[in-house]
Structures are given as structure tokens and as C-alpha cells.
Design a protein around this ligand. Sequence first.
Ligand code: NAP
Length: 343
Amino acid sequence: VEQRLAPNRQVVLRERPVGIPQAEHFEIVEAPVRGPGDGEIVVRVEFLSVDPAMRGWVNAAANYSEPVGLGEVMRSFAVGVVEDSRAAGLAAGDRVVGMFGWQEWATVPASAVSRVVREPDLPASLALGVLGLNGATAWFGLTEVARPRPGDTVVVSTAAGSVGSVVGQLARLAGCRTVGITSGPVKTSLCRDEFGYAAAVDYRSPAFESDLRAACPDGVDVYFDNTAGAISDAVLGLINTRARIAVCGTASVPTWDPPPTGPRVERYLLTKRARMEGFVYFDFEHRLAEAVSRLAPLVRTGALRYREDVLDGLESAPDAIAGLYRGENLGKRVIRLRAGGQG
Ligand SMILES: NC(=O)c1ccc[n+]([C@@H]2O[C@H](COP(=O)([O-])OP(=O)(O)OC[C@H]3O[C@@H](n4cnc5c(N)ncnc54)[C@H](OP(=O)(O)O)[C@@H]3O)[C@@H](O)[C@H]2O)c1
């Protein structure tokens, strides 16, 4: 009860950004924790997620969901423990992951829950990353959209990041030769040494295009695209006949209003009879448990490695998305809240 009376600190959207949301677009406010209504649960949040997609959730243009309203709690995935439940099938003590928003306590309908976390032997934060949005995006994007075959050359952008690192490792486990694209010497080394890429290329280097060509002597069969922009322009010039391009993200494009211009893709697709297909995690969310059942055993044996970039306290949230677009994260970015929700 005492905990229930603790104020709930929340990060709300103060101003709608054009492009990448910055710290000044958010504000931290306090509100009382509300008890659960019928069909609702109260979650004490342990970790908040920070995802590049959150840029799209606050922008009005080129989006796949209703943008977060001004004054509303910032939409986000989070993991935490049910403190009180009036929802069938969810009990106090259950650890759950879902759309709980950037706040310390979340009173939400049961439908906000993506999954009850049933891996007590693994860190809770993994439910947001390698066993959550990022892992499932990599799993379904690779196996159902990109569909690599053994021996394929698979190129991955944001290769050291939370989605990209899983894609690269899964493709290698499927018998492919993997080439990662990322920024700087630390992340290119990480790609080769930790995530098993056969080669890793720095897109900020002036020699990027020739480095990429040298890294793909047999051309590119699969491109898992997390960036769009000039990086993709370089990859498209190297695709093989019947190449498959899974469009997962557009991290290199600061705004779609106005849209960027660049080389047209149609001629590459036509001459190479290639397939380019976008997808969104939410199309597959109902199959999250299936992805976790494939990924968790690989994490346990060490066959699938992951990195986390852990920030502390709710205060670190407002600047956290901008930080992703500065490329400062080394692995899945999460925010740890102090036990009891006092952040
Ligand atoms: N389709 C879906 O449903 C879905 C779901 C989850 C994620 N995604 C997408 O997957 C991509 C990776 O997401 P994540 O969660 O795994 O994040 P992440 O890779 O862990 O972090 C984002 C990374 O984006 C890269 N980046 C930032 N600005 C860039 C720029 N201007 N040009 C090129 N790269 C830039 C940085 O890595 P570098 O140092 O390598 O530049 C940064 O570390 C994003 O595009 C995201 O939107 C899509």
C-alpha cells in the first residue's frame, strides 16, 4: 500500500518534434498511481525500452500507428512485475513485458501485455531486447521476409545493434556468409569478434563503397536493411539475381517530411529480378512466444550473443532516443528503474 501511494513519475511528450526527438521535447511529471479497474493490472516497471522506432511514434509523417498525443505518457515497451491484478490470467508477482510507457508504474489493460516472461534464469531486461522486440524482429524478418539460403552472402546494416547483431548471428548459424555495416572501429571489431561477421565495413569511412564491394566478392544475396539512405544505395548496386531485401528500418534518414531523394531502386530490382519487402514487428507480435522459444535456447548455450547499453533512472529517458541516432549505444539500449519504481 505504501508503494501504491508513492508518486508515479512519467515522461510525457511536451512538443511534437520534426525529425529526431530530443530531450527538450519531453517533460518528467508526477501523478498518483491509479489502482486497477476491471481487466487491468498495475505493473512496477523494472526496465524501460529505448527504440529507434519511437521516433516514428511521436512524428506525424510516414507512420504506421497513431502518434503519441501531446501531454501523453511516451509510448514504449517495458518489463516489470505485476503488483496488483484484476485481469484474468495475470497474477501479482508475474513478470510481464508490454506497452507500459515511459513511467515507473503502469496501470494498463491486460491487452497491453505482450507476454508473461518465463525465463527466470535469464536477466529480465532481455525480454525487451534479444528475447523481445529486437530478437523477434530479427527472427521473423530473417526467416519469413529475407529467407536466406545456406551459402548466401547476407549484408546487415546497423550490424552491431540490437536487431542487426541478432540478424547477423542467425544468418551465420543458417550457413550464410555475413557482412556487417556499422560505424567506427569499436563496432566493426565487435561485429567480427563477437557477432561472427565474416567482414565488417564502416559506412563513415570515405572508402565505404569500395570496402563494401571488397567484402562482398560474390555479390549480395540478402540485404537486411535497417538504415535506408546512402548505405542502401551502395548495397543495391551489388545485389545478385533473385536477391531478397528486407526493409526493417530507416535509421539513416532524419526525416520523411520532406522525403529524402536518391537513386531510384526500380532498375536494380528489375534487372536482378529482386524482391524488396518491408515488415513491422507488430505484424508478428502474436507469435512472440514462438520467437522466444527459438532464441532463448541459443542465448543459454552462448550461440547467440547480445550486448546491452544500460542507462540508469527515468531522468535518462528524454535524451535516450536522440542518443541512439548519435549512434552512442553499444547494444540494446534500456533504462533501469530502481526497485519500487522510485527511479
Ligand atoms: N520493422 C520493425 O518492426 C523494427 C523493429 C525494431 C527495430 N527496427 C529498426 O531496426 C533498426 C535498428 O534498431 P535497433 O533497435 O536494433 O537499434 P540499434 O541498432 O541498437 O541502435 C540504433 C543504431 O542505429 C544506427 N544509426 C543511427 N543513426 C544512423 C545513421 N544516420 N546512419 C546509419 N545508422 C545510424 C546506430 O548504429 P551504427 O553505429 O551502426 O550507425 C545506432 O546504434 C532501426 O532502423 C529500427 O527502426 C525495425
